[in-house]
Structure formats: C-alpha cells, structure tokens
Design a protein around this ligand. Structure first.
Ligand code: ATP
Ligand code: MG
Length: 427
C-alpha cells in the first residue's frame, strides 16, 4: 500500500461496530454526569504552547517529549492539546466563569501525545475529562470516587477495576522528598534503565511508577513520600480513605502512585484493570489546588480526572460486555429497471415522512434481482418492497416478509398502514 495515503502512526479510524460502544458509553457518561449536576463544555483542540509548558511543567514527559507543537503562519507556537485540564482552566479564567454558581464541568474529545504506540497507548486518543472548582475539602474528592464507581457499575465493569489512591502532598513536601529520593537512587545509578537515568535529575518522582521490575525491587527500599507529606494533607487523605470505605468501595493505598503532570497536589487516584495488558490505567486524576492561580486566575482549589476511552473500550471488548448486534435495516427497497428508480425514491421519502425512525435502504447498485435479494437477506432486512413495471402499472407493491417468510401484494395505502403496525415497536 502507498505509504503516503496511510494514517499517521498511532492515530486510528473508528468504524461503526466500535462506535456503537462509544455511543453507548456517551449516553451513560451524560446520564451519570448530569445526575451529579456537571455541565458540558467544548474547548479548542489547539492552544498556545506556552500555557501547556507553564501548567504541566517543563520537565515532564508530556512537555519534554510528547507534545505536537508547530508554528502557525505568523510564527506563533501552538500545540495540539495533550490533555484537557489546562484548556478548561484557561477557558474559565478567560470567560470569568470561576466565580459563578456553575463549578462542575465535563468534556469529551481527542487528545494528542507523541508516544510509542502500543496496545492501549496511541498518539491520538480520547478522554472524558471531569473538573470541579472552588472546593478544597475531601467531600468533593469523595464525590469523584463515587461518580467514577457509579460509572463502572452502570457499564458493568466495577468488579474488574481496582482503585488506587495516594497523597502526594504539597509542592514543598515534594521538593524535600525529591532530594532524599535522588540521594537514595544515586547509590543504584548503575542499575537504572535509560528512562530512569534521564528522570533522575529532571523528574525523579516519575521513577516511582516505573514498569521495570528490577527497579521496582530497588524502590521497595526507597524513602517514602508519605513521610514527607504535611499534616493537613495527611488528614485530608485519612478522612477521604475513611469516607471511601464507609461507602463500601475497596481501595489500595499505593504509596508509589504519582502523576505525570506537575500541577497535582494532595489526592491522586487511578482506576486500573489487569485485563488490558501493561497500559492498565483506565481513569486517573487528582487535586490541582494551585493551577488556576498559576495560570493567572484567582486562587481556586480544584480536582479532576480523565478516563481513557480507548482503554475502557478495550476492557469492554475483553469482557465481551457490549454485545448489541449491528442494527437491522427495516425496509429494503428494490426497483427493477432504471426508469422506476425515482418511484422507489419517492416511496422511501414518503415512508420517512410518516415514520422517521425507520431505517430504509434503497439498492442503487447495478445488480440483478437475485443478487439484490441476497444482499437484502444478508444485511438482516425485515421486509423487502419490490417495484417493477407490473407493480407500477397495477398500483400495488410486492412485499417479501423475510422474518415470516411470506409474500403478498399491497396497495400503497395498505402498505403504509401495514408498515405502521409492523414496526409499532419502533415508531
Ligand atoms: P500513562 O501513565 O498510562 O501514560 P498518564 O499518567 O500519562 O497515563 P493521564 O495524563 O493522567 O495519563 O491521562 C488519563 C488517562 O488517559 C490515562 O489513565 C489513560 O487511560 C488515558 N491515556 C493517557 N495517555 C494515553 C495514550 N497515549 N493513549 C491512550 N490512552 C491514554
Ligand atoms: Mg503518559
């Protein structure tokens, strides 16, 4: 195949069968989010590069290696959004929306990161992002956990996901901790892989969530972030854990859980599944109490999470959860002879006017009758209407009821009222 007409590596086309799951998920997302009073927002796919650098942090993987940045015709540096929080905060500050009574938002759309494509990791992927502003107590952290838990239950995957939570304290706590961690890791420098060596002086916390088993063993002896977390963050976390348990939600306190973006503080959490391979985090989030201020807004605590839709769909496919078959064609119209084509079109338009929910297919292909009928049967049509010279001359149509294996003639009026009864359950 000609390489020039292939999609970009890590960017995929999505076809009808998979999109049925996506549409089904979107309905559940909207229902559940609305029941918690979240409002939808739609944001640009491109922002100024500078705001990502400032908010996400210059030495994070996302900014260092993963951003799709380019110059526009005026030489401004722009970036395809690698995540949604930054654009959301920018939009709320710019539109002066942080002070209004609406403070809970969601969005769904594509994100772009230049990563090594593999199962569950793509260069264009989709996230459902959820953000809440203005609340600093653990009640809202709890609500996010309850909300995500409810989503999993509605989808039917709750027993295949585990919740991991941690507190990463404040930025100052982490500066102190980082020093100790680096001192510890320097002793094992010769055992670190290339990725970890690179992160040792740039982003050492990220080493904590390495997938390398040998390095994980070394980390078992490492100082714990927990011991550097300030007392107020500690209490916030303790209360949150208690409340989560009181709702019967199981969690693991993963003391090595950190986030890849700089703006997080205190609570961080991930929902993981062991059924989709190594890229196992389906949902990740946490607090970002300082981001709004850092981006030029007034001090506003915040918390959010994002669900990776492709990974969620992978899990659903793995578990065979969504088994809705491709929907049938209700009425399949076959005309015999080109000169009868518009008679078929007119009839189909008339049926659509009367019964807008029916799926009506006209076969426009230049095929013989036998082939057209075979196609109608193979595409699970319910009834076929045949229109030839004889039918038009006599003013009736030949109907083939495929389900009931019957065949009969009907006048147009009879046909229209027959359709009404036949597809009562649809209209
Ligand atoms: P990871 O550690 O897997 O790279 P992350 O910490 O970079 O994840 P976030 O930025 O928190 O991820 O994004 C939230 C969710 O979005 C992830 O848990 C995952 O489900 C999904 N996600 C992130 N990056 C990708 C990607 N490149 N392809 C597909 N899904 C992704
Ligand atoms: Mg990542």
């Amino acid at each position: 195949m000609n390489k020039e007409i292939q999609s970009i590596r890590g960017m995929h086309d999505y076809f009808s069968q998979e999109l049925q799951i996506w549409n089904y998920l979107e309905i559940i997302f909207k229902e559940v989010l609305t029941s918690y009073c979240y409002l939808e927002i739609r944001l640009p796919l491109i922002e100024k590069t500078e705001i990502f650098k400032r908010a996400i942090g210059n030495i994070t993987d996302v900014v260092e290696k993963e951003m799709y940045s380019f110059k526009d015709k005026k030489g401004n540096s722009l970036t395809l959004r690698p995540e949604g929080t930054v654009g959301c905060v920018r939009a709320l500050i710019q539109n002066n929306l942080l002070n209004t009574k609406n403070h809970k938002f969601w969005y769904l759309g594509p994100m772009f990161r230049y990563e090594r494509p593999q199962k569950g990791r793509y260069r264009q992927f989709h996230q459902l992002g959820v953000e809440v502003f203005g609340l600093d107590k653990e009640d809202i952290d709890l609500e996010m956990i309850l909300l995500t838990n409810r989503l999993w239950k509605r989808i039917g995957i709750d027993s295949y996901l585990t919740l991991e939570i941690n507190s990463i304290g404040s930025r100052i706590d982490r500066i102190k901790y980082k020093k100790e961690l680096v001192l510890f890791l320097e002793k094992y420098r010769y055992l670190l892989d290339e990725d970890c060596k690179r992160r040792l002086y740039t982003n050492p916390l990220r080493i904590l969530d390495t997938k390398n088993i040998e390095i994980q063993k070394i980390l078992n002896q490492a100082p714990l972030l927990e011991e550097y977390v300030n007392i107020s963050a500690y209490n916030h976390f303790k209360n949150l854990c208690k409340m989560i348990s009181s709702y019967g939600i199981k969690y693991q306190h993963n003391k090595k859980l950190v986030r890849g973006l700089d703006y997080y503080n205190n609570t961080v959490f991930e929902w993981k599944s062991n059924k989709i391979g190594t890229q196992n985090a389906i949902c990740a989030g946490g607090r970002y109490d300082y981001l709004v201020e850092e981006m030029g807004g007034q001090k506003t605590p915040a918390i959010g999470f994002a669900i990776g839709i492709e990974r969620l769909v992978l899990l659903m496919q793995e578990l065979n959860i969504f088994s809705e078959k491709v929907e049938n064609i209700h009425i399949y119209i076959i005309f015999i002879g080109e000169h009868n084509k518009f008679y078929a079109v007119n009839l189909s338009e008339e049926i659509r006017d009367l019964y807008p929910k029916l799926k009506i297919f006209i076969n426009f292909f230049n095929q013989n009758l036998k082939k057209k009928i075979r196609h109608a049967i193979n595409s699970s049509s319910e009834i076929i209407i045949l229109i030839g010279d004889k039918e038009i001359k006599n003013g009736f149509f030949l109907i083939k009821d495929i389900k009931k294996k019957e065949e009969y003639f009907l006048l147009k009026n009879e046909l229209l009222s027959k359709i009404k009864n036949y597809f009562k359950h649809i209209n």
